[in-house]
Design a protein around this ligand. Sequence first.
Ligand SMILES: [Ca+2]
Ligand SMILES: [Ca+2]
Length: 140
Amino acid sequence: MRICFSTRRFIRITTLIVLIGMLTASSLASPVRATPGFGSPVLKWQLGGCYSSWCETGWYSSPATADLDGDGQVEVIASAYSIFVLNGSNGALKWKMSSGHDRSQPAASNVGRTWPGIVVADVDNDGGMELVTAHSGGWV
Ligand SMILES: [Ca+2]
Ligand SMILES: [Ca+2]
């Protein structure tokens, strides 16, 4: 008799646990709604930083955004073989540099394709932002 009571109690507790699990799972599985106020994406501009008839290819490196010069306007930084800094409002080229070199060597050859994402950070803690890109051949 005592065993039967324990079995009923076990079944009740197990049923309660399963119901709680199902309710929790159903609340977690609810679809996520987009935040109101965000409409469909709109293409603002494209092909910024390309040449007259072709574009450098960057397969895996995603662009970054930051206000590099502190003028209150966000720039778009892209890296393929060269590193391009574009006006974030209209896509116009602000400046470009060869990978593996600094801006004082604009005619230098690129060292290689950019693979990972671009990092924008104050690396040397002087208050100004630096760009960090990594390229094939082990170049950073
Ligand atoms: Ca800016
Ligand atoms: Ca810095």
